[in-house]
Design a protein around this ligand. Sequence first.
Ligand SMILES: C[S@@+](CC[C@H](N)C(=O)[O-])C[C@H]1O[C@@H](n2cnc3c(N)ncnc32)[C@H](O)[C@@H]1O
Length: 243
Amino acid sequence: MSKVDEAIWSKEGYQKRSAVQHMFAEIAPTYDRLNSILSLRLHHRWRRIAVSTLKLEEGTAALDLCCGTGDFLMPLRKAVGQTGQVVGVDFCLPMLGLAREKVREPLSLGDACVLPMASSQFDAVSVGWGIRNVPDIDQAHREAVRVLKPGGRFASLDMARPRNKLLRLISELLFNRFVPVLGALFGKGTAYTYLPKSTQRFLSREDLAASMESAGFENVRCKDLFLGNICIHYAQKPGGLTR
Ligand SMILES: C[S@@+](CC[C@H](N)C(=O)[O-])C[C@H]1O[C@@H](n2cnc3c(N)ncnc32)[C@H](O)[C@@H]1O
């Protein structure tokens, strides 16, 4: 029987935290392959676009939250150059183990809502398909603000619901049917019912932007990709020099 609870998407707080942690531990071995199939191999491109909103320069420092198997760390490294610093943090050891096989950056086992990092350390914080999964989105945003230097930038790439009603209907039909079937082919059917459900339950673009603003970010913007099924929210911590 799957270790993943059937109703993972309906859990909140601490219960959601441990259910999500178990789910990612279970799907870790197939995560990269399914990600490539589901995104039509576009996921690397989307991360590069998210990283470009961070306006990183040679020698700067970047933190990737919910780094998973490490695919954000490569474009971040490219952006900060060899003299820069890139750190990944995730609370799921099997996902970090796969990241370790790909990258040499420091990886930290930790929770995005209680970051094991000192304040005002980073020029940029990124997160990809992570904010949707944390037990307390407002708290994760506050933590991102805390570890950023004044003027530092934040980018969050995640699933979204298309603004257009017809596209939304089509994408929900496809997602609700296709994703769990594909997951089942890889022996992870239950876990992959979580993706469409958690996307439907996720905050709207406006509510996500409001959470970022109330955490302390300014200039919050968003950019749709993949017909509005993917959205990058990006923003800046007040203060510092404008980059
Ligand atoms: C969908 S994967 C995304 C991985 C990676 N960011 C990417 O771009 O492919 C979500 C990751 O978020 C991690 N995660 C979820 N909730 C977390 C939390 N509260 N703290 C730290 N990591 C978390 C999971 O362990 C998983 O590795």
